[in-house]
Design a protein around this ligand. Sequence first.
Ligand code: IMP
Length: 195
Amino acid sequence: MKIVMATNNQNKLKEAREIFDSLGIVIISQKEAGIAIEPEENGKTFAENALIKAHAVYDLLKCPVIADDSGLCVDALDGRPNVYSARYAPEGQQCEKLLQELENIPENQRTAQFVTVIAFLDENGKEILCEGVCQGAIGFEKKGTNGFGYDPVFLYQGKSFAELSADEKNAISHRGIALRKLYEILKERSLNHAE
Ligand code: IMP
């Protein structure tokens, strides 16, 4: 099975491929499919934004599509930056801004969640939504050089996401959880169709 991923984010593509490759599903980027779009993400929830991105590509290609919308929800900031995670600060400056905002917040109040919603549209445009949540905390400094975005400040069991290998992150991350949920649903569907 081939699925087009509605993203221009190379990191998201890499993480999705690492999971789906081992499951026999080929992920093609929207660029490889000949599409250069960046739809406005003006939804109020991760699910709404994931569906906006998925439909934008599906409408052009009419083939199976996945899109991911993700973000970080920090408890001490009443859940912010949430769906505004990409717009919180320019890419590359997000960790610094977050560390500054949490400067006076003690360790036991720095809990946070990474959330991903994956929207899948099948060849007929039927929607499936899968959510993944990873509970962690925001550290006091950036640690590690892997990953992207908020990874250097997001601590999971004492290590930042940027200190984990790609496989280690995928095994426990919000995106890994959501993608594996989707895989289980697609596997079930293909078994039912084969019957
Ligand atoms: P979007 O899903 O492309 O709108 O991304 C939302 C924001 O969250 C971007 O600024 C990303 O850098 C950040 N983000 C999404 N997923 C991750 C992740 O797995 N690690 C670190 N940052 C992430």
